[in-house]
Design a protein around this ligand. Structure first.
Ligand code: SF4
Length: 447
């Protein structure tokens, strides 16, 4: 057990290290809930978000990250592509650390499994800077690659899981700082409702012009390639009116005109959830642009849902279609079929969205998938007038498809999370090579 006198917690969102990265309204939502709960329980919290340094913002405030080219990690030495660290320059991080009072504990989150080099570098820097201060590592990498993180990250504790309140209790134990009651529900299932007593601590940013929001946890589907059923066992949602209240709070108290929904299943059972949320947003006259970077459930987009999405200013519509192969649709989880897809696009176009505004995710590089399957899916989407967007498959540990991916892949997916990186097409084979993939990408770029 660590013995500390104070109650100052430093929370850090690390850099991304990758061949490419783009800021689609990125915010470390879980970490911000933890920050908010800690404050409500009497802790002092400092936040450093290494990704809060965007350049070239677009109209809706998405945009490129600042990046610094770094050496390719050893397993990628033979790959002739630039590898970069995305986010604040290292000098700026050091400067920020200089101005911070020595914390009693440092909490670091993590994103994609293959971004761990940026996490490790941050751990090394903070360890050297604040010698002897305990560090907890949490987040997606720490949960999905727990053993790897325990073995190689060098932190004191690897937190396994996504329950913010559990993380807060652990911090309280380690710092011997007693929690106050009753502020205990960060994002907690309460019977059939997901309750929150606090909003994420976006106010810790020096400037906020966009936020993200989550109205639910989990997803009722179990697609074989997806991390959501692994990370969140139960599908549970917030009260729609409380969601509308939160949206109103952020858009009236701060100059926020863009909100991204981080839900994995925002549209499921629409009459109980998204329809009351959107009706309330319209009734309250909330003038804000909404975005859905995680993709929407296509089968729920009937005429009413499409119209409400349009009227409440959903600007970035992304549909999780993945493939037009009916066999693959069924085998991977049955979340959508081709008829439902055509109907959804028709409804969206009827209410006013242009084809260009309807982005459709198509998965490329699934284990065993041939290039012809992806070509057919692209052609199918184009026929409807919507815009195909290729998403390379990333093998995710503990998902049903991971075992098959390990058998198919020329890379050691089990022991090296870097090989989960979708940019290298981890499950490439003679029926779908990297050259095939580049050709498809180029063809799409030319339109
Ligand atoms: S429907 Fe979407 S979020 Fe749900 S399991 Fe499938 S891919 Fe994941």
């Amino acid at each position: 057990m660590f013995h500390v006198k104070h109650s100052h917690i430093l929370l850090i969102n690390p850099w991304i290290t990758d061949f490419s990265a783009y800021n689609l309204w990125v915010r470390p939502l879980g970490l911000l809930y933890i920050a908010s709960l800690l404050r409500a329980n009497g802790f002092r919290v400092t936040l450093i978000d290494c990704l809060d340094f965007p350049i070239k913002r677009k109209e809706y405030r998405d945009g490129k990250f600042y990046k610094v080219k770094i050496d390719n990690p050893l397993p990628f030495k033979s790959i002739p592509r630039n590898y970069s660290q995305y986010g604040i320059p290292e000098e700026m991080l050091l400067k920020k650390l200089h101005f911070i009072e020595r914390p009693d504990l440092i909490g670091i989150t993590s994103g994609m499994t293959y971004w761990y080099p940026g996490v490790f570098k941050l751990i090394e820097i903070t360890k050297n800077f604040f010698k002897g201060v305990p560090i907890i590592l949490g987040g997606i990498y720490a949960t999905l690659c727990h053993e790897h993180a325990v073995k190689f990250s060098g932190v004191d504790i690897v937190f396994h899981g996504r329950d913010e309140w559990e993380a807060v209790k652990l911090i309280s134990e380690l710092t011997h700082f007693k929690l106050r009651t009753p502020v205990r529900n960060g994002f907690k299932p309460f019977r059939t409702e997901l309750r929150t007593n606090t909003y994420p601590a976006f106010d810790l940013y020096p400037q906020i012009d966009y936020i993200c929001i989550s109205t639910s946890r989990g997803c009722p589907f179990h697609c074989t390639y997806c991390a959501t059923p692994v990370l969140t066992k139960r599908f549970i949602r917030r009260d729609p009116f409380k969601v509308a209240e939160e949206i109103e709070y952020w858009t009236t108290q701060y100059p926020i005109h863009n909100i991204a929904f981080y839900d994995d299943a925002l549209l499921i059972d629409p009459s109980e959830h998204i329809i009351p949320i959107l009706k309330e947003v319209i009734k309250r006259g909330i003038g804000c642009n909404f975005h859905t970077p995680n993709g929407l459930h296509i089968k729920e987009i009937d005429e009413e849902v499409a119209e409400l999405l349009f009227r409440s200013q959903f600007k970035t519509i992304r549909l999780g279609f993945e493939t037009s192969s009916e066999t693959a649709q069924i085998e991977t989880g049955g979340k959508v079929d081709n008829r439902e897809f055509k109907r959804a696009v028709k409804n969206l176009k009827r209410v006013g969205y242009s084809g260009e505004e309807i982005g459709v995710y198509i998965m490329a590089g699934l284990p065993d998938q041939g290039v012809g399957d992806v070509e057919e899916s692209i052609a199918f989407v184009k026929e409807t007038g919507a815009k195909p967007i290729l998403v390379e498959y990333s093998p995710i540990p503990h998902t049903p498809l991971f075992e098959k991916a390990k058998q198919m892949s020329p890379f050691d997916l089990q022991n090296e999370p870097l090989f989960h990186n979708n940019s290298i097409l981890p499950c490439q084979w003679e029926g779908f090579t990297l050259a095939d993939y580049r050709r498809l990408k180029e063809r799409l770029r030319r339109g």
